[in-house]
Design a protein around this ligand. Structure first.
Ligand code: HEM
Length: 405
Protein backbone atom coordinates (compact mmCIF):
# COMPACT_ATOMS: atom_id res chain seq x y z
CA UNK A 1 0.00 0.00 0.00
CA UNK A 2 1.19 3.54 -0.77
CA UNK A 3 2.48 5.29 2.35
CA UNK A 4 1.43 8.87 2.98
CA UNK A 5 4.45 10.87 1.78
CA UNK A 6 5.90 13.86 3.54
CA UNK A 7 5.31 17.07 1.62
CA UNK A 8 8.07 19.38 0.46
CA UNK A 9 7.03 23.02 0.61
CA UNK A 10 8.29 24.66 -2.58
CA UNK A 11 9.60 24.01 -6.10
CA UNK A 12 13.42 23.92 -5.87
CA UNK A 13 14.89 27.02 -7.55
CA UNK A 14 18.30 27.55 -5.94
CA UNK A 15 21.15 27.97 -8.39
CA UNK A 16 24.79 27.37 -7.66
CA UNK A 17 25.72 27.78 -11.34
CA UNK A 18 23.82 30.25 -13.56
CA UNK A 19 23.07 27.52 -16.12
CA UNK A 20 22.08 24.59 -13.90
CA UNK A 21 18.74 23.90 -12.26
CA UNK A 22 18.61 23.25 -8.50
CA UNK A 23 20.68 20.15 -7.58
CA UNK A 24 17.64 18.83 -5.69
CA UNK A 25 16.10 17.75 -9.02
CA UNK A 26 18.84 15.14 -9.49
CA UNK A 27 17.98 13.60 -6.11
CA UNK A 28 14.27 13.71 -6.85
CA UNK A 29 14.68 12.05 -10.26
CA UNK A 30 16.65 9.24 -8.62
CA UNK A 31 14.71 8.81 -5.37
CA UNK A 32 11.24 10.29 -5.72
CA UNK A 33 10.40 11.20 -9.34
CA UNK A 34 6.74 11.96 -8.59
CA UNK A 35 7.07 13.66 -5.26
CA UNK A 36 4.46 15.32 -3.05
CA UNK A 37 4.39 19.09 -2.74
CA UNK A 38 2.10 21.53 -1.00
CA UNK A 39 0.64 24.48 -2.89
CA UNK A 40 0.52 27.36 -0.48
CA UNK A 41 -2.93 28.58 -1.46
CA UNK A 42 -5.29 30.77 0.50
CA UNK A 43 -7.52 29.92 2.37
CA UNK A 44 -5.64 26.64 2.98
CA UNK A 45 -2.77 24.60 1.51
CA UNK A 46 -3.46 22.05 -1.25
CA UNK A 47 -1.60 18.81 -1.80
CA UNK A 48 -0.09 18.16 -5.24
CA UNK A 49 2.91 16.65 -7.02
CA UNK A 50 6.24 17.57 -8.55
CA UNK A 51 7.18 15.42 -11.57
CA UNK A 52 10.86 15.35 -12.51
CA UNK A 53 11.49 12.55 -15.05
CA UNK A 54 11.27 13.12 -18.82
CA UNK A 55 9.04 10.10 -19.57
CA UNK A 56 6.50 10.93 -16.82
CA UNK A 57 6.31 14.60 -17.86
CA UNK A 58 5.76 13.64 -21.49
CA UNK A 59 3.10 11.11 -20.50
CA UNK A 60 1.16 13.67 -18.46
CA UNK A 61 1.43 16.35 -21.15
CA UNK A 62 -0.24 14.05 -23.68
CA UNK A 63 -2.86 12.59 -21.31
CA UNK A 64 -6.32 14.14 -21.69
CA UNK A 65 -7.10 13.17 -18.08
CA UNK A 66 -4.92 16.17 -17.20
CA UNK A 67 -6.31 19.63 -17.76
CA UNK A 68 -4.83 23.10 -18.15
CA UNK A 69 -8.05 24.93 -17.25
CA UNK A 70 -7.37 28.10 -15.27
CA UNK A 71 -10.23 27.62 -12.85
CA UNK A 72 -9.00 24.16 -11.76
CA UNK A 73 -5.25 24.72 -11.59
CA UNK A 74 -3.12 25.43 -8.55
CA UNK A 75 -0.07 27.33 -9.77
CA UNK A 76 3.54 26.60 -8.86
CA UNK A 77 3.82 30.06 -7.37
CA UNK A 78 1.29 32.26 -5.65
CA UNK A 79 1.52 36.06 -5.33
CA UNK A 80 4.08 37.16 -2.74
CA UNK A 81 1.42 39.01 -0.75
CA UNK A 82 -1.73 37.96 1.10
CA UNK A 83 -4.75 37.34 -1.08
CA UNK A 84 -8.07 36.66 0.68
CA UNK A 85 -8.79 33.52 -1.31
CA UNK A 86 -7.30 31.91 -4.44
CA UNK A 87 -10.37 31.38 -6.56
CA UNK A 88 -9.39 31.71 -10.23
CA UNK A 89 -12.01 32.21 -12.92
CA UNK A 90 -12.14 30.37 -16.25
CA UNK A 91 -9.94 31.97 -18.94
CA UNK A 92 -11.59 34.75 -20.90
CA UNK A 93 -12.57 34.13 -24.55
CA UNK A 94 -9.48 33.80 -26.77
CA UNK A 95 -7.11 33.15 -23.89
CA UNK A 96 -6.57 29.58 -25.04
CA UNK A 97 -3.39 28.70 -23.09
CA UNK A 98 -5.36 27.72 -20.01
CA UNK A 99 -8.19 25.95 -21.83
CA UNK A 100 -8.66 22.31 -22.91
CA UNK A 101 -9.97 20.89 -26.18
CA UNK A 102 -12.27 21.72 -27.92
CA UNK A 103 -12.11 25.45 -26.88
CA UNK A 104 -8.30 25.37 -27.00
CA UNK A 105 -8.33 23.70 -30.44
CA UNK A 106 -10.74 26.27 -31.85
CA UNK A 107 -8.48 29.24 -31.07
CA UNK A 108 -5.15 27.51 -31.64
CA UNK A 109 -6.26 26.53 -35.18
CA UNK A 110 -6.78 30.18 -36.05
CA UNK A 111 -3.12 30.85 -35.27
CA UNK A 112 -1.22 27.71 -36.29
CA UNK A 113 -0.88 28.81 -39.93
CA UNK A 114 1.07 31.94 -38.93
CA UNK A 115 3.80 29.92 -37.18
CA UNK A 116 4.43 26.84 -39.36
CA UNK A 117 8.01 25.89 -40.31
CA UNK A 118 7.31 27.12 -43.86
CA UNK A 119 5.89 30.48 -42.78
CA UNK A 120 8.89 31.09 -40.55
CA UNK A 121 11.29 30.09 -43.35
CA UNK A 122 9.60 32.68 -45.57
CA UNK A 123 9.93 35.22 -42.77
CA UNK A 124 13.66 34.56 -42.19
CA UNK A 125 15.01 37.18 -44.66
CA UNK A 126 12.97 39.88 -42.84
CA UNK A 127 14.21 38.60 -39.47
CA UNK A 128 17.82 38.52 -40.73
CA UNK A 129 17.42 42.14 -41.89
CA UNK A 130 16.14 43.17 -38.44
CA UNK A 131 19.07 41.47 -36.72
CA UNK A 132 21.62 43.06 -39.11
CA UNK A 133 20.13 46.48 -38.48
CA UNK A 134 20.26 45.98 -34.69
CA UNK A 135 23.89 44.86 -35.00
CA UNK A 136 24.71 48.00 -37.02
CA UNK A 137 23.24 50.06 -34.18
CA UNK A 138 25.17 48.03 -31.59
CA UNK A 139 28.42 48.64 -33.47
CA UNK A 140 27.82 52.41 -33.16
CA UNK A 141 27.87 52.19 -29.35
CA UNK A 142 30.87 52.62 -27.11
CA UNK A 143 31.40 49.36 -25.14
CA UNK A 144 30.77 48.15 -22.49
CA UNK A 145 27.01 47.87 -23.06
CA UNK A 146 24.15 45.80 -21.70
CA UNK A 147 23.51 43.32 -24.52
CA UNK A 148 19.90 42.79 -23.43
CA UNK A 149 18.93 46.44 -23.94
CA UNK A 150 21.37 47.35 -26.71
CA UNK A 151 20.66 44.39 -28.98
CA UNK A 152 18.33 41.59 -27.82
CA UNK A 153 15.27 43.65 -26.89
CA UNK A 154 15.50 45.67 -30.11
CA UNK A 155 15.51 42.47 -32.18
CA UNK A 156 12.51 41.04 -30.39
CA UNK A 157 10.47 44.26 -30.35
CA UNK A 158 11.00 44.75 -34.07
CA UNK A 159 10.26 41.13 -34.89
CA UNK A 160 7.05 41.16 -32.80
CA UNK A 161 6.17 44.33 -34.70
CA UNK A 162 6.74 42.73 -38.09
CA UNK A 163 4.90 39.47 -37.23
CA UNK A 164 1.98 40.77 -35.17
CA UNK A 165 1.60 44.24 -36.66
CA UNK A 166 1.90 46.09 -33.33
CA UNK A 167 4.08 49.26 -33.40
CA UNK A 168 7.53 48.59 -31.88
CA UNK A 169 7.10 51.46 -29.34
CA UNK A 170 3.92 49.80 -28.10
CA UNK A 171 5.70 46.44 -27.90
CA UNK A 172 8.42 48.11 -25.78
CA UNK A 173 5.76 49.60 -23.53
CA UNK A 174 4.00 46.24 -23.19
CA UNK A 175 7.32 44.63 -22.32
CA UNK A 176 7.91 47.13 -19.53
CA UNK A 177 4.68 45.86 -17.91
CA UNK A 178 4.98 42.16 -18.82
CA UNK A 179 8.50 42.07 -17.37
CA UNK A 180 7.06 43.04 -13.96
CA UNK A 181 3.95 40.87 -13.90
CA UNK A 182 5.97 37.85 -15.10
CA UNK A 183 8.15 38.16 -12.02
CA UNK A 184 7.21 36.27 -8.87
CA UNK A 185 8.49 38.86 -6.41
CA UNK A 186 6.42 41.95 -7.30
CA UNK A 187 4.58 43.95 -4.66
CA UNK A 188 0.80 44.31 -4.74
CA UNK A 189 1.20 47.97 -5.78
CA UNK A 190 3.59 47.04 -8.61
CA UNK A 191 1.23 44.34 -9.82
CA UNK A 192 -1.82 46.62 -9.87
CA UNK A 193 0.11 49.45 -11.53
CA UNK A 194 1.69 47.36 -14.30
CA UNK A 195 -1.27 45.09 -14.89
CA UNK A 196 -3.57 48.11 -15.31
CA UNK A 197 -1.20 49.82 -17.74
CA UNK A 198 -0.63 46.57 -19.62
CA UNK A 199 -4.36 46.08 -20.13
CA UNK A 200 -4.88 49.70 -21.12
CA UNK A 201 -2.05 49.56 -23.66
CA UNK A 202 -3.30 46.28 -25.14
CA UNK A 203 -6.86 47.59 -25.36
CA UNK A 204 -5.63 50.72 -27.17
CA UNK A 205 -3.46 48.68 -29.57
CA UNK A 206 -6.31 46.30 -30.44
CA UNK A 207 -8.85 49.11 -30.80
CA UNK A 208 -6.50 50.85 -33.28
CA UNK A 209 -6.15 47.61 -35.22
CA UNK A 210 -9.93 47.19 -35.41
CA UNK A 211 -10.15 50.73 -36.79
CA UNK A 212 -7.17 50.34 -39.17
CA UNK A 213 -6.50 46.61 -39.68
CA UNK A 214 -3.07 45.89 -41.24
CA UNK A 215 -1.96 42.74 -43.07
CA UNK A 216 -0.03 41.21 -40.14
CA UNK A 217 -1.21 38.52 -37.72
CA UNK A 218 -3.62 40.47 -35.53
CA UNK A 219 -4.97 42.50 -38.47
CA UNK A 220 -5.62 39.30 -40.43
CA UNK A 221 -7.40 37.74 -37.47
CA UNK A 222 -9.60 40.81 -37.22
CA UNK A 223 -10.28 40.70 -40.97
CA UNK A 224 -11.82 37.21 -40.63
CA UNK A 225 -14.71 38.95 -38.87
CA UNK A 226 -15.02 35.93 -36.56
CA UNK A 227 -13.48 37.39 -33.43
CA UNK A 228 -14.64 39.97 -30.91
CA UNK A 229 -12.38 42.73 -29.60
CA UNK A 230 -12.13 40.84 -26.30
CA UNK A 231 -10.99 37.65 -28.05
CA UNK A 232 -8.36 39.47 -30.12
CA UNK A 233 -7.12 41.30 -27.00
CA UNK A 234 -6.70 38.02 -25.13
CA UNK A 235 -4.98 36.39 -28.12
CA UNK A 236 -2.66 39.43 -28.30
CA UNK A 237 -1.91 39.05 -24.57
CA UNK A 238 -0.80 35.44 -24.84
CA UNK A 239 1.09 35.69 -28.13
CA UNK A 240 2.91 38.96 -27.39
CA UNK A 241 3.46 37.96 -23.75
CA UNK A 242 4.59 34.50 -24.92
CA UNK A 243 7.17 36.07 -27.22
CA UNK A 244 8.41 38.82 -24.89
CA UNK A 245 9.11 36.82 -21.76
CA UNK A 246 10.96 33.99 -23.49
CA UNK A 247 13.08 34.65 -26.59
CA UNK A 248 14.96 37.65 -25.07
CA UNK A 249 15.87 35.55 -22.03
CA UNK A 250 17.08 32.68 -24.22
CA UNK A 251 19.07 34.95 -26.52
CA UNK A 252 20.79 36.79 -23.66
CA UNK A 253 21.32 33.84 -21.31
CA UNK A 254 22.45 31.71 -24.28
CA UNK A 255 25.06 34.31 -25.24
CA UNK A 256 26.28 34.21 -21.62
CA UNK A 257 26.44 30.39 -21.80
CA UNK A 258 28.42 30.50 -25.07
CA UNK A 259 30.87 32.99 -23.55
CA UNK A 260 31.32 30.71 -20.53
CA UNK A 261 31.84 27.66 -22.79
CA UNK A 262 34.43 28.95 -25.30
CA UNK A 263 35.26 25.42 -26.49
CA UNK A 264 31.63 24.92 -27.60
CA UNK A 265 31.47 28.38 -29.18
CA UNK A 266 34.68 27.58 -31.09
CA UNK A 267 33.06 24.42 -32.50
CA UNK A 268 30.09 26.40 -33.84
CA UNK A 269 32.35 29.08 -35.28
CA UNK A 270 34.45 26.41 -37.03
CA UNK A 271 31.34 24.71 -38.41
CA UNK A 272 28.35 27.10 -38.74
CA UNK A 273 26.15 24.16 -39.81
CA UNK A 274 26.31 23.10 -36.16
CA UNK A 275 24.33 26.16 -35.03
CA UNK A 276 20.96 24.50 -35.58
CA UNK A 277 21.97 21.65 -33.28
CA UNK A 278 23.57 24.08 -30.83
CA UNK A 279 20.28 25.98 -30.50
CA UNK A 280 18.41 22.78 -29.58
CA UNK A 281 21.11 21.94 -27.07
CA UNK A 282 20.97 25.47 -25.66
CA UNK A 283 17.18 25.17 -25.28
CA UNK A 284 17.64 21.85 -23.47
CA UNK A 285 20.57 22.95 -21.32
CA UNK A 286 19.04 26.24 -20.19
CA UNK A 287 15.28 25.37 -20.18
CA UNK A 288 14.20 28.83 -19.10
CA UNK A 289 10.64 27.77 -18.08
CA UNK A 290 12.26 27.00 -14.75
CA UNK A 291 9.02 26.78 -12.76
CA UNK A 292 7.81 24.13 -15.18
CA UNK A 293 4.35 23.56 -16.62
CA UNK A 294 1.31 22.81 -14.46
CA UNK A 295 -1.65 20.50 -15.04
CA UNK A 296 -4.56 19.26 -12.94
CA UNK A 297 -6.01 15.73 -12.82
CA UNK A 298 -9.64 15.44 -13.99
CA UNK A 299 -9.87 11.95 -12.47
CA UNK A 300 -7.68 9.70 -10.32
CA UNK A 301 -4.60 8.70 -12.35
CA UNK A 302 -2.06 5.97 -11.51
CA UNK A 303 1.42 6.86 -12.66
CA UNK A 304 4.89 5.75 -11.54
CA UNK A 305 3.46 3.95 -8.51
CA UNK A 306 1.61 7.05 -7.34
CA UNK A 307 -2.06 7.95 -7.41
CA UNK A 308 -2.66 11.52 -8.51
CA UNK A 309 -6.12 12.23 -7.22
CA UNK A 310 -8.85 14.05 -9.11
CA UNK A 311 -8.44 17.80 -8.52
CA UNK A 312 -4.74 17.61 -7.58
CA UNK A 313 -2.30 19.75 -9.53
CA UNK A 314 1.06 18.56 -10.82
CA UNK A 315 4.11 20.68 -11.57
CA UNK A 316 6.03 19.22 -14.50
CA UNK A 317 9.64 20.30 -14.14
CA UNK A 318 10.82 20.90 -17.69
CA UNK A 319 14.40 21.79 -16.59
CA UNK A 320 14.60 18.52 -14.67
CA UNK A 321 13.16 16.43 -17.52
CA UNK A 322 15.72 17.98 -19.83
CA UNK A 323 18.55 16.87 -17.52
CA UNK A 324 17.25 13.29 -17.22
CA UNK A 325 20.12 10.82 -17.87
CA UNK A 326 17.61 8.23 -19.13
CA UNK A 327 17.00 10.58 -22.08
CA UNK A 328 20.27 12.46 -22.54
CA UNK A 329 23.72 11.00 -22.08
CA UNK A 330 25.87 13.06 -19.73
CA UNK A 331 22.97 15.53 -19.36
CA UNK A 332 24.81 18.10 -17.20
CA UNK A 333 27.24 18.84 -20.05
CA UNK A 334 26.56 21.54 -22.65
CA UNK A 335 27.55 19.79 -25.88
CA UNK A 336 26.66 21.53 -29.16
CA UNK A 337 27.16 18.32 -31.13
CA UNK A 338 24.47 16.45 -29.19
CA UNK A 339 21.19 15.57 -30.94
CA UNK A 340 18.96 17.25 -28.33
CA UNK A 341 15.75 17.57 -30.29
CA UNK A 342 13.74 15.43 -27.81
CA UNK A 343 14.03 18.20 -25.24
CA UNK A 344 10.88 19.70 -23.73
CA UNK A 345 11.94 23.34 -23.55
CA UNK A 346 8.85 24.15 -25.64
CA UNK A 347 6.62 21.75 -23.70
CA UNK A 348 4.89 18.81 -25.38
CA UNK A 349 1.41 17.80 -26.52
CA UNK A 350 -1.44 20.12 -27.46
CA UNK A 351 -0.01 23.16 -25.66
CA UNK A 352 3.45 22.79 -27.20
CA UNK A 353 4.82 26.26 -27.87
CA UNK A 354 3.03 28.02 -30.71
CA UNK A 355 6.03 30.25 -31.45
CA UNK A 356 8.75 27.59 -31.33
CA UNK A 357 9.89 27.88 -34.97
CA UNK A 358 10.03 31.66 -34.73
CA UNK A 359 12.03 31.34 -31.50
CA UNK A 360 14.42 28.82 -33.10
CA UNK A 361 15.02 31.09 -36.11
CA UNK A 362 15.61 34.13 -33.87
CA UNK A 363 18.10 32.23 -31.72
CA UNK A 364 19.96 30.65 -34.65
CA UNK A 365 20.29 33.90 -36.63
CA UNK A 366 20.81 35.95 -33.46
CA UNK A 367 23.74 33.95 -32.07
CA UNK A 368 25.23 33.39 -35.53
CA UNK A 369 25.20 37.02 -36.60
CA UNK A 370 26.22 38.38 -33.19
CA UNK A 371 29.36 36.24 -32.99
CA UNK A 372 30.18 36.78 -36.70
CA UNK A 373 29.99 40.53 -36.29
CA UNK A 374 31.69 40.68 -32.85
CA UNK A 375 34.13 37.75 -32.87
CA UNK A 376 35.86 38.96 -29.69
CA UNK A 377 32.65 39.64 -27.75
CA UNK A 378 33.29 39.03 -24.05
CA UNK A 379 31.78 39.71 -20.63
CA UNK A 380 32.56 43.16 -19.23
CA UNK A 381 32.18 41.94 -15.62
CA UNK A 382 33.16 38.72 -13.81
CA UNK A 383 30.56 36.00 -14.52
CA UNK A 384 29.41 35.92 -10.90
CA UNK A 385 28.37 39.58 -11.15
CA UNK A 386 25.83 39.01 -13.92
CA UNK A 387 22.44 39.54 -12.23
CA UNK A 388 20.32 36.40 -12.52
CA UNK A 389 16.61 36.64 -13.24
CA UNK A 390 15.63 33.78 -10.97
CA UNK A 391 12.49 35.29 -9.40
CA UNK A 392 10.41 35.25 -12.57
CA UNK A 393 8.28 32.87 -14.62
CA UNK A 394 11.10 32.54 -17.12
CA UNK A 395 14.70 32.40 -16.03
CA UNK A 396 17.38 34.57 -17.60
CA UNK A 397 19.60 37.51 -16.71
CA UNK A 398 18.48 41.06 -15.93
CA UNK A 399 21.41 42.41 -17.93
CA UNK A 400 24.49 41.13 -19.72
CA UNK A 401 27.36 43.65 -19.66
CA UNK A 402 29.59 42.91 -22.67
CA UNK A 403 32.51 44.53 -24.42
CA UNK A 404 34.57 44.07 -27.60
CA UNK A 405 37.52 45.55 -29.48
C1 HEM B 1 12.80 30.40 -26.56
C2 HEM B 1 11.58 30.90 -26.59
C3 HEM B 1 10.36 30.20 -26.04
C4 HEM B 1 10.25 29.24 -25.05
C5 HEM B 1 11.37 28.58 -24.25
C6 HEM B 1 8.83 28.94 -24.92
C7 HEM B 1 8.30 27.99 -24.05
C8 HEM B 1 6.99 27.57 -24.06
C9 HEM B 1 6.48 26.44 -23.31
C10 HEM B 1 7.29 25.56 -22.37
C11 HEM B 1 5.15 26.34 -23.58
C12 HEM B 1 4.19 25.27 -23.06
C13 HEM B 1 3.58 25.63 -21.72
C14 HEM B 1 2.69 24.53 -21.17
O1 HEM B 1 2.49 23.50 -21.80
O2 HEM B 1 2.16 24.72 -20.07
C15 HEM B 1 4.81 27.42 -24.49
C16 HEM B 1 3.55 27.66 -24.98
C17 HEM B 1 3.24 28.78 -25.72
N1 HEM B 1 4.12 29.67 -26.31
FE1 HEM B 1 6.12 29.64 -26.14
N2 HEM B 1 8.13 29.73 -25.79
C18 HEM B 1 9.02 30.51 -26.50
C19 HEM B 1 8.72 31.42 -27.51
C20 HEM B 1 7.45 31.78 -27.88
C21 HEM B 1 7.13 32.78 -28.89
C22 HEM B 1 8.15 33.53 -29.74
C23 HEM B 1 5.79 32.87 -28.94
C24 HEM B 1 5.01 33.80 -29.85
C25 HEM B 1 4.01 33.44 -30.53
C26 HEM B 1 5.24 31.93 -27.96
C27 HEM B 1 3.90 31.71 -27.69
C28 HEM B 1 3.40 30.64 -26.97
C29 HEM B 1 1.97 30.36 -26.82
C30 HEM B 1 0.82 31.17 -27.40
C31 HEM B 1 1.89 29.18 -26.05
C32 HEM B 1 0.61 28.47 -25.61
C33 HEM B 1 0.26 27.41 -26.63
C34 HEM B 1 -0.99 26.63 -26.27
O3 HEM B 1 -1.44 26.63 -25.14
O4 HEM B 1 -1.53 26.02 -27.22
N3 HEM B 1 6.28 31.30 -27.35
N4 HEM B 1 5.95 28.15 -24.78
Amino acid sequence: METQPKSIPVIPTTRTCPFDPDAEYKRLREEDPISPITFDISPGPKEGWLVTKHADIRAIMTDSRFSHRAELLALATTPPFDVPSYDPEPSGPGSFVRMDAPEHTHYRRLLTGFFTVRRIQEYEPTLAGIIDQCLDELAELEPPVDLLKAFVQKVVYRSVNSVMGVPAEDVAELDEHFSVIMRIDYTLEEFIHHNTLLNETLARVVKNLFENPNDKLLGKLIATGELTEEEVTNIAWITIGGALDTTPNMLTLGTFAFLEHPDQLAKVKADPELMERAVEEMLRYLTISHLGATRVALEDVEIGGRTIKKGQSVVLSLPSGNRDPDQFEDPETFDVTRPARRHMAFGFGIHQCLGQHLARATLRLGYQKLFDRFPDLRLAVPADQVPLRDKAMHYGVYELPVTWG
